[in-house]
Ligand binder design. Structure first.
Ligand code: FMN
Length: 221
């Protein structure tokens, strides 16, 4: 598949046919994805290839309460888990909502679940002392994840970058024997998509790119 076509069509695949992604194909994808950049080229990531179905199910189960709150906040028109705005919902209101199955089912049903970890002792979080959450650290791992997802797409497979399980990171880390100084960056379920989407809903360049200043003119042709 041509690069631009892959970039334009790598969707979040959440429903899978059950067809297996072989270790051979996964290795080939990782063998190419590994050329992603990382801060200082320290390559501080480690990926756990989870194929153990009860383990996948346990991770999905651990994520249910997060999915419940995520669903409740979405239904209420809030940005779930916003680092700036607290939820206006009460614990009772959240408890009354059923979590959307699509938030956790793919963790369970994927042919393979990649648990992507990051060694916090090997990353330079340049924004760590600012009065906001750190973003820079994620830059050392998410390019690798996106390479994997685009390669999977090019091979006729698909997956989703998920963060739903990160709210219960300590419990997931315990299940996977992840050491204390390592963070869980994302869990990536991958499988053969039931449907291959090709048209993604995204903003036009002019809607989010500007010239010279944040309030500058839209960057248009
Ligand atoms: C940082 C990040 C976190 C995400 N977390 C989840 C998640 O926990 N569960 C999920 O189903 N999708 C998750 N997604 C997928 C987004 O929902 C998806 O990219 C978006 O809705 C666009 O969907 P599309 O690519 O199919 O058009 C995440 C995506 C990103 C980039």
């Amino acid at each position: 598949m041509e690069l631009y076509e892959t970039m334009r069509s790598t969707f979040s695949a959440r429903q899978y046919t059950g067809e297996d992604m072989s270790d051979e194909l996964l290795y080939q994808i990782l063998e190419n994805a590994r050329f992603a950049p990382s801060g200082g080229n320290r390559q501080a990531g480690k990926i756990i290839v989870v194929r153990d179905k009860p383990l996948q199910a346990a991770i999905a189960d651990l994520s249910l309460e997060t999915a419940r709150r995520y669903t409740a906040q979405s239904m209420a028109g809030e940005t779930p888990y916003s680092p700036i705005h607290e939820t206006a919902l009460t614990a009772e209101q959240i408890a009354a909502v059923e979590p959307l199955p699509q938030l956790t089912d793919h963790l369970r049903n994927a042919s393979v679940l990649l648990a992507v970890c990051l060694d916090l002792g090997s990353i330079a979080a340049l924004d760590k002392d600012l009065d906001r959450i750190s973003l820079a650290s994620g830059g050392s791992i998410y390019p690798l994840v996106w390479n994997i997802l685009m390669a999977a797409r090019a091979e006729g497979f698909g997956g989703t970058m998920t963060t739903i399980s990160l709210a219960v990171e300590p419990a997931v880390k315990e299940l996977l024997n992840v050491p204390e100084d390592w963070a869980l960056a994302t869990l990536v379920p991958i499988g053969k998509p039931v449907k291959q989407l090709t048209r993604l809903k995204r903003k036009a360049v002019e809607e989010f790119v500007v010239r010279d200043r944040f309030d500058g003119a839209p960057f248009a042709q």
